[in-house]
Design a protein around this ligand. Structure first.
Ligand code: PEP
Ligand code: MG
Length: 587
């Protein structure tokens, strides 16, 4: 905790800019990772409310555990599944629950304190037994206790957010980012995380300025500190001086003005001066973004991350619920195209099993889960196909590593179609099927893969992480996460060429496509489509419309011959300064 002197002084912290914009506001510390269970005396009139909170957290914990069980059935093995069953049984144990409820009323203490004490007592007893089995059970009890407390605290933390604040946290999950955004959040600042971590992606789609990878912002700031968060450069200023405030207010005005100028591009195509057209579409996570996407002048949706449907609910959405969601998107975006990606669960997103995978990014993720869980996969495919009747929907698979996976996934598409046909349900039999190219093996095998699909979209976020062996969310190695590495540039070229040779189009839906500095290079490499976060659409369009394709092709040839990321980046900056001096870069 900083001392008083420290608090008053201005502190400048540097992190990774994760979502554009400048926010000025008070800090709110979201410290769920170190839950401290306080003992609070409650008033008699609060007892009912406390009982309700307890019941809701039990409900939530039970739904979470059931969801984990559903995901995990075959993957985590009998023994672990039994552990989950055992935890669910304890949650439903009338004696334990009854005694906690009784104690809340008689002792007039907050629910988390009684839960911690009561379940803690059981766990301590079990730990005393000289029996390994009992020790294991004691840990399960601890786990369960923490889950219930977390759910109790989460509710309290979120309901506590009042007014407009900048949320400061050690780390945020995509779910936190989304739940918190229901309040009026001005910005996010976190100790951990990389630019393409999913929480960062979420803040971008929610249009909330964010900085990740700040190191120890959660320990440098206290609740109520005044902060300036510059999501363009990744600078966070704690207790800024007046001079600094003025500087940032001016910068905010300048950037807003530039963004205003772009609005007249809305209905113009993304076409270079010498007539080369690129498709410019948007990435979305939530249906709420659709209006904004249309305002920003997108030609369609190049990536809808459907796994966001799972964040908000404790259960899997049914086929019908999914169909309703997908139909809304296709209707709203028609006649333009919508690419729905099947659930990309795992990695740093929603944990599929328990947190037990030691390398989740190399683990059970994306298409691997879908192929292992045909019930979930077929449900989703049927819902997507039903929404395809307007003929503007395409289906895409994430995390594909091999041709066999493509073939297997396509087999399920055929099965889903046959099921619908037998029920007399209409769908577009020619629904285009594509895959994400984001695993190096798939990039290398592009010719074979491209021969069996209708399009490919390159996921540069994962492709970079897997090519360079750098975890996209790990701050310790974020310096090594270089999207301009020549290995990435040359892989992109290999994929684009391979796709074109098979007569299909290749797009990019990773964050690189929305990085202004990268756009001339990507177009020069021959990319057909860029799918970017809606917030940057107009700026990207402006860049495309200000340049000649021939010039970008020359740039790409030069970049492919470079030896280091620094070299490529320098080329990009030089190109930018020379040919696009009117576009402000993020500093
Ligand atoms: C990617 O990996 O580049 C991508 C677009 O997918 P996601 O970020 O959802 O993993
Ligand atoms: Mg990916």
């Amino acid at each position: 905790m900083p001392d008083k002197q420290h608090i008053k002084n201005e502190i400048v912290l540097r992190g990774i800019p994760a979502s554009h914009g400048i926010s000025i506001g008070q800090a709110y510390l979201f410290l769920k990772d170190t839950p401290v269970v306080e003992e609070r005396i409650i008033q008699p009139k609060e007892i009912e409310f406390e009982q309700e909170r307890f019941s809701r957290s039990l409900d939530k914990s039970s739904k979470e555990l059931n969801k984990i069980l559903l995901f995990a059935q075959e993957k985590i093995g009998e023994a672990k599944a039994k552990v989950l069953d055992a935890q669910i049984m304890v949650l439903e144990d009338p004696v334990l629950i009854g005694s906690i409820k009784k104690r809340i009323t008689s002792e007039k203490r907050n629910a988390e304190f009684i839960v911690s004490d009561e379940i803690g007592k059981y766990a301590a007893l079990m730990l005393k037994a000289e029996d390994e089995y009992m020790h294991e059970r004691a840990h399960d009890m601890e786990d369960l206790k923490n889950r219930i407390i977390r759910n109790l605290l989460q509710e309290r933390l979120i309901s506590k957010l009042e007014g407009s604040v900048i949320v400061v946290a050690h780390t945020l999950t995509p779910a936190d980012t989304m739940i918190l955004s229901r309040n009026h959040v001005l910005g996010y600042a976190t100790d951990r995380g990389g630019i393409t971590s999913h929480a960062a992606l979420f803040s971008r789609s929610l249009k909330i300025p964010a900085i990740v990878g700040l190191g120890d912002v959660s320990r440098s700031v206290i609740n109520g500190d005044l902060l300036i968060l510059d999501g363009y450069s990744g600078t966070l200023i704690v207790n800024p001086t007046d001079e600094r405030m003025k500087h940032y207010e001016k910068k905010r005005e300048r950037m807003n003005k530039f963004e205003q100028q772009l609005t007249n591009l809305k209905d113009l195509p993304a076409e270079t001066i010498d007539g080369h057209r690129v498709e410019l579409s948007a990435n979305i996570e939530l249906l709420d973004e659709l209006d904004y996407v249309v305002v920003q002048g997108s030609q369609g949706i190049g990536l809808y991350r459907t796994e966001s449907l799972l964040l908000n609910s404790d259960d899997f959405p049914s086929e019908e619920e999914q169909y309703q969601e997908y139909k809304k998107v296709t209707d709203r975006v028609h006649p333009h195209r919508v690419i729905l990606r099947t659930f990309d669960i795992g990695g740093d997103k929603i944990a599929p099993a328990t947190a037990d995978e030691s390398n989740p990014f190399l683990g059970w993720r994306g298409i691997r889960i879908s192929l292992d869980r045909p019930d979930i996969f077929l449900n989703q495919l049927r819902a997507m196909l039903r929404a395809s009747v307007r003929k503007n929907l395409s289906i895409m698979f994430p995390m594909v590593a091999t041709l066999e996976e493509v073939r297997m996934a396509k087999r399920y598409v055929r099965k889903a179609k046959a099921e619908l046909r037998s029920q007399g349900v209409k769908f577009n039999d020619k629904t285009p099927i594509g895959v994400m190219i984001e695993v190096p093996s798939a990039a290398l095998m592009i010719s074979q893969i491209a021969a069996e699909v209708d399009f490919v979209s390159i996921g540069t976020n994962d492709l970079t992480q897997y090519l360079l062996a750098v975890d996209r969310g790990n701050t310790l190695v974020s310096k090594l996460y270089r999207q301009f590495d020549p290995s990435v540039v040359n892989t992109l070229k290999h994929v684009i060429n391979g796709a074109h040779k098979q007569g299909i189009w290749a797009g990019i839906c990773g964050e690189m496509g929305g990085n202004p500095l990268a756009v001339p290079l990507l177009i020069g490499l021959g990319i057909d489509e860029l799918s970017v976060v809606p917030a940057v659409l107009p700026e990207i369009k402006k860049i495309i419309r200000s340049l000649n394709y021939s010039l970008m092709k020359e740039l790409a040839v030069q970049a492919m011959g470079a030896s280091t990321s620094d070299e490529v980046e320098r080329m990009m900056s030089k190109f930018f300064k020379k040919h696009l001096p009117e576009i402000p870069l993020d500093n």
